[in-house]
Write a protein that binds this ligand. Structure first.
Ligand SMILES: [Zn+2]
Length: 141
């Protein structure tokens, strides 16, 4: 089967180098998806306070330095993945897809969460959002 190059987030693929880290094995007569030994994950805090887990290969994970270029690149990749996923949502109309993509496009990575405590994450989130949109003045009690 010819392989089409993938430059977006897809299940079992590395978000940085896009290597496929899953294989289909026939187990008990049924095809099952298995992750290879290269599979690893990384967690990120997003600007809306949610966390996002991405698949990343062990090689790329070692090279991560959590700078803004890297964060933007990973977020772009994930966003493109959402775009592709929505194409398969034939039960959604175009307007609903557009609304969702608009919502997704506002998501940004604040920081990698690895090694950071809740206090630190909270601080980074507040700092990030104060910098980005000062007009957003609703405060959490
Ligand atoms: Zn990789």
């Amino acid at each position: 089967m010819p392989k089409t190059p993938i430059d977006y987030d897809l299940h079992g693929h590395c978000v940085v180098c896009h290597e496929n880290m899953s294989v289909i094995q026939i187990i008990g007569g049924k095809p099952e998806r298995r992750l290879t030994g290269k599979y690893a994950e990384e967690d990120y805090l997003l600007n809306d306070g949610s966390t996002m887990r991405v698949a990343i290969c062990k090689d790329c994970k070692k090279e991560l330095n959590d700078d803004s270029t890297e964060r933007t690149r990973i977020m772009d990749c994930v966003f493109k993945g959402w775009e592709h996923e929505l194409k398969n949502y034939s039960h959604w109309d175009e307007e609903k897809k557009k609304t969702h993509l608009r919502m997704y496009s506002k998501k940004k990575i604040v920081t990698r969460t690895r090694g950071l405590g809740l206090d630190m994450l909270d601080k980074k989130l507040k700092h990030f959002n104060n910098k980005g949109n000062k007009h957003d003045s609703h405060s959490k009690a």
